[in-house]
Design a protein around this ligand. Structure first.
Ligand SMILES: Cc1cc2nc3c(=O)[nH]c(=O)nc-3n(C[C@H](O)[C@H](O)[C@H](O)COP(=O)(O)O)c2cc1C
Length: 338
């Protein structure tokens, strides 16, 4: 399972990312509590969800909240999206002040509201503006700037490679590629060849992203694309310990067993408590339900379990539901949840 040329640690500018396994930015999920869990679980770098550079220019409290970081999670990357060099130039120093070790510019988001505003994946259509935005970010930032992008607008559209080369000349320190096109959204499978082509086209580190759900997927991505590191999104929502298991597989170490379902639920409960402390019970409730939706994925009787968890109106009731579920399903091996 070990890659024949395992990546050593990944260095972006002056930031050492060891292991080269990164928690992906995910709107509504990658809060500071979840990032802390993932960093403890073995991520070498964690990312905030995308924050609107324009909202930061208006001092939006909610947007500032998204960017709050703490020393225990470092290194941390703060992701910004924006439609003009001016707003990015004003937002970047705020993100650096908030504790960013890296600034990432979003060029992959396909959410209609973001695309309509001319940000996210809309920038893959307008290379001149994409370059102006990145040049402004590099100029305004004292820390390395990275860009997260998709493999073009549609299949066989190699224009992302041309854009990437221009970004390198502007001083971007690393690129993250989700190996799907914009029109694909999340459909189909990640195309590892798109990552390989980018690795071959640029002299800076490339972090590969897409569909890593088990340690073997991380090894395969590195093996087939030659990327310097991997980024994991949905797999970490299902089980944050996947990050550490992928790190072990990339090192060629014995991969720890997958956590049992009741341990995963216990992590979900800890996260719920951390979120409640961080943003208050009322606001945490919605986020907690969304997290529990992911960490109960694939469990036996998961629909009933989720329904009971969603109905529980206190953390102790949630804990009770989880304990009851674990007692009922005690005999099942971990494989049953794979
Ligand atoms: C719920 C959710 C929210 C996301 N939010 C962001 C975001 O804020 N910024 C971003 O660049 N990508 C975002 N993404 C995309 C992920 O970072 C990642 O590129 C994608 O999920 C593919 O990786 P995966 O297969 O490991 O999940 C989001 C994905 C999901 C599922």
């Amino acid at each position: 399972m070990r890659p024949s040329h395992p990546p050593s640690s990944l260095t972006i500018g002056s930031v050492v990312i060891d292991p080269p396994v990164v928690l992906a930015p995910m709107a509504g999920f990658t809060s500071m509590p979840f990032r802390l869990v993932c960093s403890r679980a073995g991520a070498g770098l964690v990312c905030t969800e995308m924050a609107s550079a324009r909202a930061l220019c208006y001092n939006s409290t909610r947007t500032l909240e998204l960017m709050a970081t703490c020393p225990a999670e470092r290194p941390v990357s703060i992701q910004l999206f924006g439609d003009s060099p001016d707003v990015i130039a004003r937002a970047v120093p705020v993100a650096v002040q908030a504790g960013a070790d890296l600034i990432d510019i979003n060029m992959g988001c396909t959410v209609p509201k973001v695309v309509r505003s001319g940000s996210g994946s809309a920038l893959l259509k307008d290379h001149s503006r994409a370059c102006e935005i990145v040049a402004a970010a590099v100029e305004a930032s004292g820390v390395p700037v990275t860009v997260k992008l998709r493999a073009g607008l549609r299949r066989r559209d190699g224009s992302y490679l041309e854009l990437a080369s221009r970004l390198v000349h502007l001083g971007v320190a690393a690129l993250v590629l989700h190996g799907r096109t914009v029109t694909q959204g999340f459909a189909g499978q990640v195309d590892l060849q798109t990552i390989k082509h980018l690795v071959e086209a640029v002299p800076i580190p490339v972090v590969g992203n897409g569909d890593i759900l088990k340690p073997g997927d991380a090894v395969r991505m590195v093996e087939e694309s030659g990327c310097a590191g991997v980024m994991i999104g949905r797999g970490a929502l299902i089980d944050p310990l996947l990050l550490g298991r992928c790190a072990a597989a990339l090192r060629g170490d014995t991969v720890p067993e997958r956590l049992g379902a009741s341990s995963r639920l216990a992590i979900g409960l800890c996260l719920a408590q951390m979120l409640a402390l961080e943003i208050g019970k009322q606001r945490a409730a919605h986020k907690i339900r969304r997290h529990l939706g992911w960490c109960t994925k694939g469990l036996p009787d998961s629909a009933a379990l989720r329904r009971e968890l969603f109905e529980a109106d206190t953390l102790s009731r949630m804990a009770h539901v989880m304990t009851k579920w674990a007692a009922t399903h005690q005999g099942l091996s971990d494989e049953a949840y794979a």
